[in-house]
Design a binder for this molecule. Sequence first.
Ligand code: NAD
Length: 279
Amino acid sequence: MGTSVDEARKAERLPLLKGQKALVTGANSGIGRATAIGLGRMGADVVVNYVSDADSANQVVGEIEACGVRAYAHEADVSREDQVVGMVSRMVEELGTIDILVANAGLQRDARLTDMTLAQWQKVLDVNLTGQYLCAREATKEFLRRGVVPEVSSSAGKIICMSSVHQIIPWAGHVNYAASKGGVLMLMETMAQELAPHKIRVNGVAPGAIRTPINRSAWDTPEAEAKLLELIPYGRVGEPEDVARAVAVLASDLLDYVVGTTLYVDGGMTLFPGFATGG
Ligand code: NAD
């Protein structure tokens, strides 16, 4: 007899992604973690990429396996070409192919413009933008080789680029991060245009403020959270699962005709909340 937690988990499991193979980068923390588990609940086998902290990656693998699908953890730095090539080729060997890439890994190295070092600038561009390009390039080679398998999905592959509201909202003190996410928008749209004729769907997900380690200082005191909420018309900070559900539906055939779009998951942050009473 299952516990009520088990029953609730089962109820959340829809076979929307049954038989599909997903790679989630940066999947041992925050949004990537919730997304990897969410895709497993929807029936996908999942590769859990991480760059440090193997224990947390293995814990995510355990949670995904509990959904009755396959999973394994793979250490790779998404900004290193050889490591990305190795990660995707191992996935094809072990799971047979790749159907879904969630290019999620990302980081911040914040500084005012005049204090920012070239190393801080370069690190953020390397991981947030070049990392997505490398992962998308390697996944696409396999999508093109395999083509559409109608029993699995209507498309030959899906790429979800994890962006941010800062792909369109300028962000003082974070010029490297905002530039990287602005780059992700054009990377995503250009890949979408180039790959759609091959039945590959590329889309973006742009979270607003989500409760994860990357932005802890923005929500971990009542004062900080109250200030943050001024930017969120919907009146709550987002949870990683809010983003995970958006990714899973976007990756599924339910949204088969959605190509080159950004789905904002931001509680209305991009609605210029300052103008609700001003202007
Ligand atoms: P997080 O710090 O919890 O997770 C980031 C993950 O990326 C970690 O697992 C980290 O180890 C991994 N990573 C970092 N460098 C890597 C590398 N070189 N190779 C492989 N993995 C690497 O933060 P998060 O909030 O879950 O962020 C996930 C994504 O969501 C990022 O792209 C971030 O920019 C984006 N995002 C987050 C928010 C938010 O409010 N939390 C808002 C908008 C966008």
